[in-house]
Design a protein around this ligand. Structure first.
Ligand SMILES: CC(C)(COP(=O)(O)OP(=O)(O)OC[C@H]1O[C@@H](n2cnc3c(N)ncnc32)[C@H](O)[C@@H]1OP(=O)(O)O)[C@@H](O)C(=O)NCCC(=O)NCCS
Length: 184
C-alpha cells in the first residue's frame, strides 16, 4: 500500500528524494530490524537492553487491544536507493476515539539532523487527520530515559506535556513516562 495522502515530500540534505509507504512485507521486517540494530540506544532506553532478534517483527504486529489491524499504520521512509532510513508507528483512534498515537520515531544515524525525524512526526499526525474523521489530537509518550534531547525533539514537533505521568518499569528500567499531546 502506498501512502497517498497527504503528499510525502521530503528530501535529504543533499537533495536526494525519499518516499514513504506502509511497512508490511518480510523484506520490510528485515529492513526495520536493521534500523533498530543501528539505533541500539532506542531499545536500551525503552526495554533496558539492545534490540532483540524479533524486535522489528513484534513492533510491526504490536497494537493496543482496542485497535483493529486497520488502525495500525507503520510508516517507512525510504531513500532513493530503496533503503529504509526512517520509521514511525501510528495508531489511529487511540488512546481515545478522537485521537491518534505516534509510538516510535527512528531515523538512520547517517540521515539524522536533516529534519527527517521531525517530518515523520508531522506527517504521521497529518496522515491520521486525513484517515480518521474528527481526529483532534496526536498523542505520544516520552520516557524520562530519553532525557533533554527527547523532550526537545517532541516539543519542537509541537507536542506539549499534558502533565499526566505514569511509572514506567520494564526490565532494568525504572523511570517515568510523560504524556504529550498536539492539537491537530
Ligand atoms: C530522535 C530522532 C528520531 C531525530 O531524528 P532526526 O531526523 O535527526 O531529527 P531532526 O533532524 O528532525 O531534528 C534533529 C535536529 O536537527 C535539526 N534539524 C531539523 N531540520 C533540519 C534541517 N533541514 N537541516 C539541518 N538540521 C535540521 C533540528 O533542529 C534538531 O536539532 P536539535 O538537536 O537541536 O533539536 C533520531 O535522533 C533517532 O532516531 N534517535 C534514536 C531513536 C529515538 O531516540 N527516538 C525517539 C526520540 S523521542
Amino acid at each position: 500500500m502506498r501512502i497517498q495522502e497527504p503528499n510525502w515530500e521530503f528530501s535529504l540534505g543533499d537533495g536526494r528524494l525519499t518516499h514513504a509507504r506502509a511497512l508490511a512485507s518480510d523484506d520490510d521486517v528485515a529492513s526495520l530490524q536493521q534500523l533498530f540494530e543501528m539505533l541500539p540506544s532506542y531499545c536500551e532506553k525503552t526495554i533496558g537492553f539492545p534490540p532483540g532478534p524479533a524486535e522489528a517483527h513484534s513492533t510491526l504486529i504490536a497494537r493496543p487491544p482496542s485497535a483493529t489491524p486497520d488502525d495500525k499504520l507503520p510508516i517507512g521512509a525510504f531513500d532513493i536507493g530503496g533503503q529504509l532510513v526512517g520509521f514511525s508507528d501510528l495508531i489511529l483512534r487511540f488512546p481515545e476515539q478522537g485521537q491518534c498515537y505516534i509510538g516510535y520515531v527512528l531515523v538512520d544515524p547517517k540521515c539524522q539532523n536533516q529534519g527527517l525525524g521531525s517530518y515523520l512526526l508531522e506527517f504521521s499526525a497529518k496522515l491520521a487527520a486525513s484517515r480518521q474523521s474528527r481526529c483532534t489530537h496526536a498523542v505520544t509518550g516520552l520516557i524520562e530515559t530519553f532525557g533533554h534531547e527527547g523532550r526537545t525533539f517532541v516539543e519542537r514537533g509541537g507536542f506539549v506535556p499534558t502533565g499526566r505521568a505514569t511509572p514506567y518499569k520494564v526490565n532494568t528500567i525504572s523511570s517515568t513516562r510523560h504524556e504529550y499531546v498536539k492539537a491537530l
